[in-house]
Design a protein. Structure first.
Length: 243
């Protein structure tokens, strides 16, 4: 990145590349290479809700050293870190994402929660979601995707070393609950304003196709989706399939 920056800046502004590094180090509390070295480079996300509730989405970052990773988080989010506590070997942190005003004039604050273990950082909108994942992880005995025949059948067609992979089981989706949630979210979308500012706004409604569609159509025709990506001497490759 620094080489690209130097190529973009005129000769008289080459010092700006070092300025970026200095600003980042001040924010992170350590040199950028040291901060990057704390991460393994592994990233993942998992949806734990059958109705695809965004509050149930969990993100994972692999780390090498928990104490140093905590130091990095404290430095990077110093002015937004609202709480930190230890529960056994897990450290929970709450980060403020700022506030907004609802349509009724009530102030609403948004937060993002982190759980730091010895080998990863987990993130989710709700701390209850993190607790569920940590509990499942502690009692898990299955081997995840290794137990799914249809995934393994496709996986065998690709190189052993992959840069990324994804798997989505449509059969585990609660399509009726998902439809109901879509309808509720459509009703909560910003209301349409009349050209006359004094006129009352019109409440949002769900699209006709959404209220009329039979959600079981999805369950009948969609089974699973998966994708993989890898890199070799010919470049970067990506393959996806849906059954």
């Amino acid at each position: 990145m620094k080489r690209v920056a130097r190529a973009a800046f005129p000769q008289a502004q080459q010092g700006n590349t070092d300025l970026f590094d200095t600003v980042a180090q001040s924010r992170l509390g350590m040199p950028v290479p040291d901060a990057l070295a704390l991460l393994t480079g592994e990233f993942a996300s998992m949806q734990t809700s059958p109705s695809l509730d965004s509050a149930k989405q969990v993100y994972f970052f692999g780390i090498r050293k928990k104490p140093e990773a905590l130091k990095l988080i404290r430095s990077a989010f110093s002015d937004r870190l609202t709480s930190e506590r230890n529960e056994g070997e897990v450290t929970f942190l709450k980060i403020s994402l700022g506030g907004k005003q609802t349509g009724t004039g009530v102030a609403q604050w948004n937060f993002f929660n982190l759980a730091v273990t010895q080998d990863m950082i987990l993130g989710a909108n709700r701390i209850e979601t993190l607790r569920e994942v940590l509990s499942s992880r502690a009692h898990a005995s299955a081997a995840g995707l290794a137990t799914i025949p249809q995934f393994q059948a496709r996986r065998a067609q690709f190189p052993e070393n992959l840069n990324g992979l994804s798997y989505f089981d449509f059969q585990k989706v609660d399509w009726l609950a998902l439809k109901d949630r879509w309808i509720e979210e459509a009703k909560k979308s910003p209301v349409a304003k009349n050209a006359d500012s004094s006129a009352k706004t019109v409440p949002s409604t769900a699209p006709d196709w959404l209220t009329q569609i039979n959600s079981q159509i999805f369950a009948r025709h969609l089974h699973y989706s998966s994708s993989v990506s890898w890199k070799d001497s010919k470049g970067v490759h990506w393959d996806q399939w849906v059954e």
